[in-house]
Write a protein that binds this ligand. Structure first.
Ligand code: NAP
Length: 287
């Protein structure tokens, strides 16, 4: 049954959101404040606008307070740093997220690193990246966290003895993905644009995570029979239709499970942002 091989992250995300909504309803019933996520959004990039809208909708859906501070792309670095400083101090704020990319005249790292690590619900602050590395409890970056959640739902929490190939080594997806898989005892290979014989690397994998950014890049003949394929990519194909990094249709015959694009990893990323915000709230409130 090919249909059973397609793993809809969107369905898993619904469950996660429902659980969060229940927690928020309990807080409201007890007269407590509810979690508050703040987004800083600079400019008017079309993709970023839709991501921010998605985050606003998600927060509304589960009952969080959500605030977006919008800035022209002429905003100074200082103004952003001052806003973050104020949000860091605000006891009513649980999560601070800076929508990327920022304009070229703003030092992205300086801005991201100014966020209080205890409110860094994206998990991008070096303090939290370090904690992830040594397996201390922290905010995990949302996309890799969402992938791990999907794998655990499929019965793959302990990855002992499994070979995993991650394609991509970005700071927000590939690298943390490799680390989280390693933390669950997988034998991990991280591939990138300088990898030779990429197809052969992928052929040895029990689980493949593609985070490349090239439409339908991963081919069916790279995939081992019975492998699990997680497609992180969000691209447009030749007809301007959303697609992932994997040639999904071609791979279906061979895989055990595969995540589609859309409705795969993307909704899980969003759900994990809500989870991180709730986690921050709970820690702040001593719950
Ligand atoms: P990125 O920063 O552009 O990184 C892409 C990675 O792919 C790099 O490490 C690059 O290698 C590698 N790569 C590029 N061409 C390659 C090739 N021919 N062979 C092997 N590796 C190659 O992208 P990203 O931010 O990690 O995002 C990756 C994809 O995931 C994008 O489509 C993005 O839109 C999507 N994404 C989805 C979500 C979600 O929630 N679903 C979240 C974040 C990102 P080098 O390092 O050597 O350049």
């Amino acid at each position: 049954m090919i249909e059973n091989k397609i793993v809809y992250g969107s369905e898993i995300a619904k469950e996660v959101k429902l659980n969060i909504q229940t927690s928020v309803n309990e807080l409201k019933a007890a007269g407590k404040r509810v979690p508050h996520l703040v987004v800083l959004f600079v400019g008017n990039d079309v993709g970023s606008t839709s991501y921010v809208k998605g985050k606003e909708n998600d927060c509304n859906e589960v009952g969080f307070i959500q605030t977006t501070h919008r800035y022209d792309d002429t905003v100074s670095e200082e103004e952003l740093l001052n806003k973050i400083e104020a949000l860091n101090k605000d006891p009513q704020v649980d999560g601070i997220l800076v929508q990327l990319p920022l304009p070229k005249h703003v030092n992205e790292n300086k801005v991201l690193f100014s966020i209080d690590p205890n409110k860094d619900v994206d998990g991008f602050h070096p303090f939290n990246v370090g904690k992830m590395l040594i397996q201390e409890e922290t905010f995990l970056p949302c996309t890799p966290k969402g992938v791990m959640y999907i794998l655990s739902k499929l019965g793959y929490s302990d990855l002992s003895g499994l070979k995993v190939v991650v394609i991509g080594r970005s700071n927000i997806v590939g690298k943390p993905m490799g680390q989280l898989l390693l933390n669950q005892h997988a034998t991990v290979t991280i591939c990138h644009s300088r990898t030779s014989n990429l197809a052969d690397e992928v052929r040895g994998a029990d689980i493949v995570v593609a985070a490349v950014g090239i439409p339908k890049f991963v081919q069916a003949d790279w995939i081992k029979e019975g492998a699990i394929v997680i497609d992180v990519g969000v691209n447009r194909d030749e007809n301007n239709k959303l697609c992932g990094d994997v040639d999904t249709q071609a791979c279906l015959e061979k895989v055990k499970y595969i995540t589609p694009v859309p409705k795969g990893v993307g909704p899980m990323t969003r759900a994990m942002l809500l989870e991180n915000t709730l986690q921050s709230y709970q820690k702040r409130e001593g719950l």
